[in-house]
Design a protein around this ligand. Structure first.
Ligand code: BES
Ligand code: MN
Ligand code: ZN
Length: 485
């Protein structure tokens, strides 16, 4: 079981596998806590020989000479900002050796910084080993739980707890994204959601395929009907007594996106287990809000379906009816996310939330426009900017994007109210304009996390390869700001 606690012990007498110390911009080590002068001088000598520097996240590993510690990880603190401390802790956590039993972080910071370092360290240490047969992990352990016992010098319990909540939500999202679609499908996802919800005092309602049909959720049904594993809609509600407002969160939960009959080429399919990242982010944000006891109502909607080609799959040119009545001509079955989200948005807005946000791995065009790390945010100006501000505050790269009204013409269908694809230019934006047709005058924003949800490159900072948990920290912060307003 991973644990993270405070310590005020003398570093010279502590026993641990690794000690993480900060290097400031002048190249000097600045330990937080007592460390005897000779040891510090020795470490500084090693640091300067090895050119340890203050560049954020640069790491130098040296032996713990004169200490009861195997290795000392020297990490650049950059400008010492909360953002840099989070990144530094993440980079350092990845240099602590394989499965360290104990790690001490001795970097001075205020509560903000401690919370950020806590989250950064736990997330940097994240590993997904559920499918490695030689992994010596306990079945019940989540991957927040590498089994390391962490100590943070001079930390307050409240700062540690804030870090734990954030790390738990992000790591839980990563786990779901990384889980192969053989094991994660709409039914199993819904069961996982129900289980967690019950444990956290969150109310869960699962709509099965019969209820979806009776109530007219044509988007989720249309996308899900090609799979033998039937779709679900899950509603999660965190409802504290003191809540003065409610935020609805709607997540795209395509547990595998083959493209359907508009089949994707094999290469593009390899990462399509990640297409439920929005729903996973929504679920863990609701659970995180409950764990942090945020005084704000949160209703999460998980739009779960597997997009498969088969004899029962929807066909290009089919017309489906979205919840609430609008019809959509499905010209490309690979533009499926907007169909399930349309159902979810209309249903969410029916309850009159103060704000509704949706989050989705919606378009390849997001990556073309903004690259692999920066998510696009669209919607009502005021809410879009509020989301971007929340993202900036927690250093998640997100960028405001427009919803040009002229793109709506491209969504005109010859037979239905709308069609599900537009022209080739501005694909992220036309997907946003499509969703906009289902939100009326709700205070809405849409987050396209297509590429940022999954890191296909090398780990960096506290971000591993594979599922990243993109959006979770922003959504949690968005809720926290509103809860405390
Ligand atoms: N799930 C994909 C979007 C995606 C692409 C996510 C790459 C992550 C990485 C989505 O369902 C999709 O297939 N979108 C199409 C839309 C097109 C048919 C209008 C796309 O982006 O090509
Ligand atoms: Mn698709
Ligand atoms: Zn998709």
């Amino acid at each position: 079981m991973t644990s993270i606690h405070a310590t005020s012990d003398n570093l010279s007498t502590l026993t641990a596998d690794a000690l993480i110390l900060g290097v400031t911009e002048d190249g000097a080590i600045s330990p937080h806590g007592q460390l005897d002068d000779d040891t510090l001088a020795g470490l500084n000598e090693l640091a300067s020989k090895l050119d340890a520097c203050g560049k954020v996240g640069s790491t130098t590993v040296v032996p713990g000479v004169g200490l009861s510690i195997k290795r000392v990880v020297l990490v650049g603190l950059g400008d010492g900002s909360t953002t840099d401390l989070r990144l530094a802790a993440g980079s350092a956590a990845r240099e602590c050796g394989k499965d360290p039993a104990s790690v001490v972080i001795a970097i001075e910071a205020d509560d903000e910084g401690i919370a950020a370092m806590t989250a950064g360290a736990l997330l940097g240490a994240y590993r997904f080993v559920d499918y490695k047969s030689d992994a010596e992990f306990d079945e019940d352990e989540t991957d927040e739980d590498s089994g390391t016992s962490w100590l943070v010098a001079g930390a307050s319990e409240s700062a540690l707890e804030r870090g734990r909540v954030v790390a738990g939500a992000v790591a839980g999202t990563r786990d779901l994204v990384n889980t192969p679609p053989l094991d994660l499908f709409p039914g199993s996802f819904a069961e996982i959601a129900e289980g967690y919800a019950q444990a956290m005092g969150v109310e869960a309602t699962v709509f099965d395929v019969q209820q979806l049909a009776e109530q007219g959720f044509g988007g989720i049904l249309g996308v899900g009907m090609g799979s033998s594993r039937l779709p679900r809609l899950v509603r999660l509600e965190w409802k504290p007594e003191g809540a003065k407002q409610t935020v609805a969160l709607v997540g795209k939960g395509i547990t595998f996106d083959s493209g359907g009959l508009s089949l994707k080429p094999p290469k593009s399919m390899e990462t399509m287990k990640t297409d439920m990242a929005g729903a996973a982010a929504v679920m863990h944000t609701v659970l995180g809000a409950a764990r942090a006891n945020l005084q704000i109502g949160v209703v999460g909607w998980l739009c779960l379906a597997e997009n498969m080609p088969s004899g029962t799959a929807q066909r290009p040119s089919d017309v489906i009816r979205i919840y609430g009545g609008k019809t959509v001509e499905v010209l490309n079955t690979d533009a499926e996310g907007r169909l399930v989200l349309a159902d979810g948005l209309v249903r969410a807005i029916e309850e009159n939330p103060d704000v509704v946000l949706d989050i989705a791995t919606l378009t390849g065009a997001q990556g073309v426009a903004l690259g692999t790390r920066t998510s696009g945010v669209m919607g009502v100006d005021e809410i879009r900017d509020e989301v971007v501000a929340a993202a900036n505050a927690v250093a998640e790269p997100m960028w405001p994007m427009p919803l040009p009204s002229h793109l709506l013409k491209q969504l005109d269908s010859k037979v239905a109210d709308l069609q599900n694809i537009a022209g080739p230019a501005g694909g992220m934006l036309s997907a946003g304009v499509f969703l906009q047709q289902f939100v009326g005058d709700a205070k809405w924003a849409h987050l396209d996390i297509a590429r940022p949800a999954y890191n296909e490159e090398a780990p960096f900072g506290f971000t591993p390869a594979g599922g990243t948990g993109a959006g979770v920290r922003t959504l949690l912060h968005f809720l926290e700001v509103r809860a405390n307003a």
